[in-house]
Design a protein around this ligand. Sequence first.
Ligand SMILES: *Cc1c(COP(=O)(O)O)cnc(C)c1O
Length: 336
Amino acid sequence: MNLAKFPRVHLAHLPTPLEPLLRLSEMLGGPEIWIKRDDCTGLSTGGNKTRKLEFLMAEAQAQGADIVLTVGATQSNHARQTAAAAAKLGMDCHILLEDRTGFNHENYRYNGNVLLDVLHGASIEHRGPDLDMHAEMETVAETMRASGRNAYTIPGGGSNPTGALGYVNCVLEMMGQFVDMGLDVDHIVHATGSSGTQAGLITGLCAMNAGIPLLGIGVRAPQEKQEENVFNLAVKTAEKLGCPGVVKRADVVANCDYVGPGYGFPGEDTLEAIDIFARTEAILLDPVYSAKGAAGLIDLIRKGHFKAGEKIVFLHTGGAIGLTAYTHDFDVAARA
Ligand SMILES: *Cc1c(COP(=O)(O)O)cnc(C)c1O
């Protein structure tokens, strides 16, 4: 595989840090936990979509796009990073936001990612739940094209083979860090949603024959569907990379036991994970993705699935700006 043959714009601060979580490891009393700080990619409070956008926005530029469109839930980190990338590259950005939670809290509707979407100058439309958001976006894009705009559409989460290249690149980066630090990693764990992160990671790991198992902790779909989505995208990503067939179905593993009440609804264990990371490591997780991933990590350590002597890398995919949209979950008035 040769990633350098794909157009890329530099948007992220790379490499992101790889650090030991000493206090958390001690508290949980199991494996050595490390963190890969993709919450520190730098673009408008960072997060995992920035790596994908390096390849997606380069493709948009190569096609002469003057406007990018994308879709996401109201508090979409992907939409916010897309709005930021477009601003930085001098393109317009139009976002279709789907109301998946029905939350009416002022902070949920206008703070967090939505505030940043607006600050970056994106135009926003809203949609109710249960629509085909990609079809909605293509209809809007067609109208724009008919009026002379060159519109480039990005699927939810930036999860297509082009976006997934960003996480193939992350594997190259991590493998270099592991060698430099003499870190023999037993497992990589992260939150998985629209699948591009896990698909890119597993494609890179398989293409390098790294032999490091990857575990995605689901935030929405049931396990079978999540694994299927990741696998299908990994197959296409491997083809794009020129190494068809490197990813086997059995390489794709998701645990969807930590979705809790549903997408965008944190469970008790989600909120506990936010507290634990904030108090032991001063690391901020988000209630929709990274804290569900961390809740899975914590529970699997408590259950002895990950054991003392093993080395685990938790990939922090970002999203902490979303905390400001969820103040209602933290009883702030009583505690402040
Ligand atoms: C989008 C997102 C994820 C999930 O990544 P996918 O590539 O969509 O699976 C995880 N964490 C955060 C903070 C995200 O914004």
